[in-house]
Design a protein around this ligand. Structure first.
Ligand code: FES
Length: 160
């Protein structure tokens, strides 16, 4: 029969220290993971829509093929980089484009042709559909306008 004299005792002062240390390391790691899991959604909530957009790759121009055929009084939602945006062909023939990211907490706004306004359903924010100015509700500033160039192939939209 073989003796197991080379193994360390599993109890006693050294064994208890190792067990306590392993428990503290595991508890510390779990605490860090728990804190990170709580902190990230809070960061996302507190970060402004502009800050989140600036973390994305900067897109300066978008061409919307065949968008010149958009009827009067219609709107086209499109992506300007990672963010939603609006192209409005107003009844008076003007073309207006702006971000569709609400300046309040970043919800996507909608153009309402019958009311001729841009509305954010999250908290009732209202914007002017020609200038992007915040008209009522909680949005603290206007929607950012883009430059629009219409040609036979489509509509080119770029940062103003
Ligand atoms: S997110 Fe648009 S009004 Fe609050």
């Amino acid at each position: 029969m073989t003796e197991l004299t080379h193994l360390a005792p599993i109890s006693g002062e050294n064994g208890e220290k190792n067990t306590r240390r392993a428990f503290l390391v595991a508890a510390g790691a779990a605490g860090v993971a728990y804190t990170a899991a709580l902190a990230y959604p809070i960061y996302r909530y507190l970060a402004s829509p502009e800050e989140m957009a600036s973390n994305a790759v900067a897109v300066t121009e978008v061409t919307l093929k065949d968008a010149q055929k958009l009827p009067l009084g219609s709107v086209l939602m499109f992506k300007f980089g990672p963010s939603p945006a609006l192209l409005i062909h107003h009844q008076d023939g003007r073309w207006i484009s702006m971000t569709a990211v609400c300046a309040h907490l970043g919800c996507t706004v909608q153009y309402e042709p019958q009311a001729d306004r841009i509305h954010c359903a999250c908290h009732g924010g209202v914007y002017n559909p020609y200038t992007g100015e915040n008209v009522s509700g909680p949005p603290p500033k206007p929607l950012k306008l883009f430059k629009v160039a219409v040609n036979d192939a489509g509509v080119n939209i770029s940062r103003a």
